[in-house]
Write a protein that binds this ligand. Structure first.
Ligand code: CP
Ligand code: NVA
Length: 320
């Protein structure tokens, strides 16, 4: 059987595939809460290849693996041969021979694709410079839990069009969402990705006016001004992004039911005000927990162990 990789959201096979994964994740959450978590991955192994730091993603994978019965193993550049120039293809062949699945956090998206092409074990994207699909899945899961639907909402991204923003653009295309990205000049997304999202059925708009964009927003999302690997650009980024902060006034102009999201780690006082991230419309900690549920669903999907027809999506939590 060919390995099922999850490098981009589109690997899930369109909007229905994304919805099915979210529905399966909700089932897994329900089973966990009821103490009835099954362990379908007993005897399986998971390599966690982390070329960059991580708290949430690594923990979500480790906890997901352990709760499903699998054994996770961390591989870093300093503790493996990956940091000493062993060709990616050779590393991939090792994975294909020894482990059931691979989660990889690295810079180059093309490198991740190379790894996946050469691996007979499925590869999951744990973040690249271009995409962070598991974060966006967790964010979507959180919106669904709070608002009861993904459709008919105004999604507003504020700040740098980071890897997370680019996965949101992909999600907007696949799910037909209305997403407005408010980014300063020079920090917007690749035009081809916006075009593709439009061609797929999403409504993706760009502006440099974050305050106007946020008016009436149902979901407000941001990310750090300086992503991993961009440390040399700190000064330029702080200057360019100084007005792109989710603050109390911005939240005040949004829907009263607005869901504020940030992938974390956050820099209070930069891209988000402390009173917002620590305030009543912030769902960032729910999204952290959602990382676990969607990671489990993603692992099972990659291993051909997802149910054929998960139940439909719907509200599970009452709003604040
Ligand atoms: N949001 C996220 O991916 O966090 P980590 O970098 O801690 O994994
Ligand atoms: N855009 C951020 C996301 C961290 C989870 C980064 O790449 O550093």
């Amino acid at each position: 059987m060919l390995p099922r990789h999850l490098l981009d959201l589109s690997d899930l096979g369109g909007g229905d595939g994304v919805r099915a994964l979210l529905a399966h994740a909700a089932c897994l959450e329900g089973a966990r809460d009821a103490g009835g978590q099954e362990r379908p991955l007993i005897g399986r192994t998971l390599a966690l290849v982390f070329d960059k730091p991580s708290t949430r993603t690594r923990l979500a994978f480790e906890v997901a693996a352990v709760e499903l019965g699998a054994h996770p193993m961390l591989i870093t550049p300093t503790t493996s041969q990956t940091g000493r120039g062993e060709p990616l293809e050779d590393t991939a062949r090792v994975f294909g021979r020894l482990v059931s699945a691979v989660a990889c956090r690295t810079g180059s998206h093309a490198g991740l694709r190379t790894l996946a092409r050469a691996s007979s074990a499925p590869v999951l994207n744990a973040l690249t410079d271009d995409a962070h699909p598991l974060q966006t899945l967790a964010d979507l899961y959180t919106v669904l839990a709070e608002r009861g639907t993904l459709e008919g909402l105004r999604y507003v991204w504020v700040g740098d069009a980071s890897n997370v923003a680019r996965s949101w653009i992909e999600a907007a295309g696949l799910l037909g969402l209305h997403l407005v990205l408010a980014c300063p000049a020079g920090f917007g997304p690749p035009p081809a990705e916006v075009e593709l999202a439009g061609a797929r059925g999403g409504r993706v708009e760009l502006t440099d006016d974050a305050r106007a964009a946020a008016r009436g927003a149902d979901v407000l999302i941001t990310d750090v001004w300086v992503s991993m690997g961009q440390e040399a650009e700190v000064a330029a980024r702080r200057k360019a992004l100084a007005d792109y902060r989710i603050d109390r006034a911005m939240v005040g102009g949004a829907s009263p039911e607005v869901v504020v999201l940030h992938c974390l780690p956050a820099h209070r006082g930069e891209e988000i005000a402390a009173e917002v991230i620590d305030g009543p419309r912030s769902f960032v900690w729910d999204a952290v927990e959602a990382r676990l549920h969607v990671t489990k669903a993603a692992l099972l999907w990659c291993l051909h162990l997802a149910p054929e027809a998960p139940p439909s999506l719907g509200r599970r939590r009452s709003p604040h």
